[in-house]
Write a protein that binds this ligand. Structure first.
Ligand code: TGC
Ligand code: FAD
Length: 394
């Protein structure tokens, strides 16, 4: 069962396009055309089978979706953050799992290696990750430590020219297909450090997580470390403490803020078209006030989120953004997208639960998107702490 023809038309109620450069628009159109041609025709089948379309890794690399803000000398695109946001918006318009693959690779694997790695690490890993020759993953969450990563148990012990790594990470996107994992672990003093762990290191395994009802076209797995010998040259030398992984999350959450709006735009567009075609009681359902209310609210929230994202992108480009602003945008995008997708699903009636339309897939995907990279509650508490000065986490 496939989405047969992708006739997506982007809502732009406030002419947000006027705020974009010609280069931004070209990048967006290129990724949009890719999604229409390569993702929409296949993604429903892969999601139904809970299968990861591994061939997209090379395609995304060729398209420049991996590490678009990383400098070109390391294989990145050397682009600005609005370009990156637009790419994530378009990929998630196709499927959150496709955006996830790109977010993890660019923001959670390439960014820490670029920002905190040695020159040797940058040269060794970044070009292969940028091109899609290698896939990477990011191991922070553990079975018993999700929202509270500072309590992690995974640890390293100094053993001369290498470290011995022990522990386990859970819910790791891309893990089953990754050649490289950026892993966060505590040293003997309890300080969090980043390590680059490679597939093939003895004692390192990546069991697949089965049975997901969400993000079914994305591969999720565990990272298990059983006395893994990690050479000292694989330690990220230029960061220590929780701010290492959290700074990567700021980049990835930024991409999600744009991406979730992409999923919302797809659901709105689908519901709008359906409302004009589906006739009940002798009229298109779009002629009834109850359905118009849903559509009017959808386009209002999408428009507000588009403007918020654009402004966030400007602040990112100027280096003035705060992690708390990124939290607000991620939370807002997930909030409006889950509501819009659920309303769109209802507007399609029974057809809304089938794979003939993308809305139920988006709706289920967004249950992961609203949970990973910090849950909805966590981002609310980040905003709450920022405006009151009181920490309500602990
Ligand atoms: P706290 O004491 O607040 O902070 C520790 C240090 O980190 C700094 N910091 C940040 N730095 C950069 N960016 C951020 N967003 C930062 N947030 C905090 C902070 O200034 C401090 O620095 P320093 O120099 O004083 O040491 O830490 P805490 O232990 O109280 O925790 C705070 C909390 C709860 C907000 C944080 O731990 C959190 O965000 N929890 C949520 C965990 C999370 O988001 N996990 C995501 C796992 S990865 C993932 O889900 C990938 S899915 C990808 C996909 O498939 O698309
Ligand atoms: P918990 O932290 O146990 O939270 C359970 C509930 O308690 C939530 O509702 C939460 O909001 C609430 N809660 C927790 N603390 C507080 C508090 N202080 N106050 C109020 N409420 C609170 N992680 C990675 O490291 N890498 C990945 O690539 C990755 N990919 C993922 C892919 C998928 C499909 C999923 C579902 C998750 C992925 N994650 C990944 C993990 C994700 O980041 C965590 O699931 C998330 O951070 C929440 O952690 P948890 O699931 O342990 O929930």
């Amino acid at each position: 069962m496939a989405v047969k023809t992708d006739n997506f038309l982007s809502p732009d109620y406030f002419n947000v396009d006027d705020l974009l450069t010609d280069e931004h628009k070209l990048i967006r159109e290129t990724v949009r055309a890719y999604v229409k041609k390569e993702i929409s025709p296949i993604i429903e089948d892969f999601a139904q089978r809970a299968d990861f379309p591994v061939f997209i890794v090379k395609q995304l690399g060729e398209l420049g979706c991996f590490g678009p803000t990383v400098p070109q000398q390391y294989g990145g695109g050397g682009l600005d953050y609005i370009s990156y946001g637009l790419m994530m918006q378009e990929l998630e318009r196709g499927d959150s799992g496709v955006r996830s693959t790109a977010s993890v690779q660019g923001s959670l694997v390439m960014f820490p290696i670029y920002q905190y790695g040695s020159e040797q690490q940058r040269n060794k890993y970044l070009p292969k990750l940028a091109s899609g020759e290698w896939l990477g993953c990011f191991g922070l969450t553990e079975p018993n430590h999700g929202s509270d990563p500072s309590s992690m148990l995974t640890h390293i012990r100094d053993a001369g020219d290498h470290f011995i790594l022990n522990g386990a990470k859970m819910w790791i996107s891309n893990a089953p297909f990754s050649q490289v994992a950026v892993v966060w672990a505590k040293d003997e003093s309890g300080v969090i450090r980043g390590l680059i762990v490679e597939r093939g290191m003895e004692g390192f395994s990546t069991p697949t997580t089965h049975g997901k009802w969400s993000l079914r076209a994305s591969a999720t797995g565990e990272l298990v470390f059983d006395n893994v010998k990690v050479p000292k040259e694989n330690l990220l030398p230029n960061v220590s403490g929780l701010k290492g992984p959290l700074s990567c999350l700021t980049k990835a959450r930024y991409g999600i803020a744009w991406g979730a709006v992409g999923a919302a735009m797809d659901c709105y567009n689908t519901a709008l078209n359906y409302s004009k075609e589906r006739v009940q009681f002798g009229k298109p359902i779009g002629a009834f006030q109850l359905q118009q209310r849903k559509l009017a609210e959808m386009v209002t929230e999408i428009t507000k989120a588009q403007l918020l994202n654009w402004r966030l992108g400007v602040l990112m480009n100027e280096g003035r953004v705060t992690p708390q602003q990124v939290s607000m945008a991620k939370r807002n995008a997930c909030e409006i997208a889950t509501t819009i997708c659920r309303d769109a699903r209802q507007m399609l009636g029974g057809m809304g639960i089938t794979g003939e339309y993308p809305v139920m897939r988006h709706m289920m995907n967004l249950e992961s998107v609203i949970t990973y990279e910090g849950t909805h509650d966590i981002h609310l508490l980040i905003t709450g702490m920022d405006v009151t000065g009181f920490n309500a986490f602990k």
